[in-house]
Design a protein around this ligand. Structure first.
Ligand SMILES: Cc1cc2nc3c(=O)[nH]c(=O)nc-3n(C[C@H](O)[C@H](O)[C@H](O)COP(=O)(O)O)c2cc1C
Length: 189
């Protein structure tokens, strides 16, 4: 695959997953597949097994439009074709003692990672987004302050990349990674 090299053999879904922008606007996601990818997210590990993640998922056009309106213009250019949009959130306090859960964003990130791999296994594509208005999401969906609004997500099937605006079409390929050796922190003596 262009831009991707693997020094070691890993799960096939890790090798093939990437974040496309060319969604097929005419191919909806079946309830079975949508539920299954959240099932995968459900089994992510979390601090104290708190499972702090909360997903706001568009299962109807009205919710999809409301989430869409919260995205930045640059993301709207391509996310308009994604049949399912979601907002990934996490509860910032522990249920058992109401204290701050310092790991709630970490755990929510793990669950989205699981979700993306199950989606890949099912032939779906996913694309995470930081480009959206947190304030608008909070206001539109009346999200309480103790819930952290973390990222947006587009889910669907791969479509026709020729339909993308030219500047996005030019970036429509899996992104490379730094060499493995660069991701280790080596303490100084
Ligand atoms: C938290 C997060 C925020 C991101 N925000 C955006 C975004 O706003 N718009 C966008 O087009 N891509 C966004 N991306 C996609 C990344 O650019 C992409 O995952 C990264 O370049 C690696 O490429 P790959 O997913 O194809 O391996 C985001 C990804 C993550 C995980």
């Amino acid at each position: 695959m262009k831009n991707r090299d693997f020094d070691y053999d890993v799960l096939p879904e890790i090798k093939t997953r990437w974040s496309p922008r060319a969604f097929d606007p005419n191919r909806p996601v079946a309830d079975e597949d949508l539920s299954a990818i959240f099932e995968a997210a459900r089994y992510a590990p979390s601090c104290f097994n708190e499972q702090p993640w909360l997903f706001l998922v568009s299962r109807d056009e009205e919710t999809r439009n409301k989430i869409f309106d919260c995205l930045t213009e640059s993301n709207q250019k391509w996310a308009k074709n994604a049949p399912v949009l979601a907002i990934m959130m996490g509860k910032s306090t522990f249920a058992h003692n109401q204290k701050n859960n310092r790991w709630h964003q970490f755990d929510t990130g793990t669950s989205w990672g699981y979700l993306t791999l199950e989606a890949e296994r099912r032939g779906l594509i996913t694309h995470g987004m930081g480009g959206f208005s947190v304030d608008k999401v909070r206001e539109t969906f009346k999200v309480p302050e103790e819930i952290t609004i973390i990222a947006a997500l587009a889910i669907g099937y791969y479509g026709d990349k020729d339909q993308l605006p030219a500047e996005l079409k030019a970036r429509e390929f899996p992104q490379p990674r730094k060499p493995l050796a660069e991701m280790f922190f080596v303490p100084e003596d």
